[in-house]
Design a protein. Structure first.
Length: 348
């Protein structure tokens, strides 16, 4: 991580419009605008327009994380404030939630790369967020490394940024935590697992749901009830990702939930860490790994590129649109063997 350069992504100004909660989504073909970030991280090769996804075979989350970041060399960390989004839907052991040792290693790497203030925050879906973060040792970690730790459920109305429903499948738009949007760089670290409540899989795109309000103080509307009861849930998951650009995505695939999820299910040893800056490319490779392990029909059926979360993310210009735009980067024979097998599973 010593070579990380400055130049974090900036939230597209076109996304910052505020909408009244009474406004509803277009009933025809929702399409979000495609803003151009003022300064985006170097996610692709300029010559080939290819996104790099690092794949490291490892049974050790700490060493695997360090190797993955050393291979990727993501830019946009040095000199920036960083928001670090873990997965604390519950406080269950990985792969249900972010492993604490992995999180500590990631914090160390970000600080070594020259990050300024690092903020960790989340909103749990199935647990009390503060209790989940306490159980996972987040507040102790924050004290040890001088981090900010935020419980999104406890924020005021002013700490949420509203986004319009127009061009989405959200009936009344949605609201995202301002600490995410105000950060100079956003790091999304997630687990490798399926989702039995309609998301089908929960990777980096789905991890963004924890940035979205369930309730905004002063407004009784339940955004999460809408999401989980909607037939468009997987499209809505992709749409919230339009609000920000990640500087780094890290997937803990040392273990995976291949069915059930997000907090429990069939757990298998998958022995892999993924890292990248293109969330679509990273999720596609992760889905390929789930398929190689034997997973649910909803995840394994048809082309990866036809899965609704991925298809909608591609429509919105969030990342790679074909396997030809993804380069899987490895540094040893075991990792390359896995990459070769995964490549066959992500071809359109």
């Amino acid at each position: 991580m010593a070579g990380l350069a400055a130049g974090a992504s900036i939230l597209p100004t076109a996304c910052r419009a505020v909408q009244s909660p009474s406004e509803t989504a277009d009933a025809t073909v929702p399409q979000l605008a495609t803003p151009t970030p003022a300064a985006a991280p170097n996610t692709k090769s300029a010559a080939q327009n290819v996104s790099r996804v690092v794949l490291v075979r490892s049974e050790d989350r700490v060493s695997g994380t360090r190797k993955a970041l050393d291979l990727l060399q993501p830019q946009g960390i040095s000199g920036q404030t960083v928001f670090l989004k873990p997965n604390y839907n519950t406080a269950d052991p990985a792969p249900a939630a972010t492993d604490t040792k992995l999180l500590e290693a990631l914090v160390q790497e970000l600080q070594n790369a020259g990050a300024r203030q690092i903020t960790i925050g989340d909103r749990s879906g199935m647990a009390d967020t503060r209790q989940a973060m306490q159980t996972k040792g987040v507040f102790q970690l924050a004290e040890r490394y001088g981090l900010n730790a935020i419980v999104f459920d406890e924020m005021s109305a002013d700490d949420w940024q509203s986004f319009p429903a127009e061009g989405t499948h959200w009936q009344k738009g949605f609201a995202i935590a301002r600490p995410v949007l105000d950060a100079g760089a956003v790091v999304n670290t997630c687990c490798l697992k399926t989702h039995r409540f309609g998301g089908h899989f929960t990777l980096s795109l789905k991890n963004t749901v924890g940035m979205v309000a369930k309730y905004v103080p002063g407004n009784s509307y339940n955004y999460m009830q809408e999401l989980h009861s909607s037939p468009h849930q997987r499209l809505m998951i992709a749409e919230i990702n339009k609000a920000y650009q990640p500087t780094l995505v890290l997937v803990d695939g040392v273990e995976a939930l291949v069915n059930g999820g997000p907090e429990a299910g069939k757990k298998v040893k998958s022995g892999v860490i993924l890292a990248g800056t293109d969330r679509v490319a990273v999720d596609v490779v992760a889905i390929g790994i789930l398929r190689s392990l034997g997973t649910t029909d909803a995840v394994s059926r048809g082309s990866v590129w036809d899965l609704e979360q991925i298809q909608r993310a591609v429509q919105l210009g969030l990342g790679s649109s074909s396997d030809e735009q993804i380069e899987i980067v490895t540094a040893d024979t075991a990792s390359q063997t896995m990459a070769d097998s995964i490549r066959k599973l992500i071809i359109a």
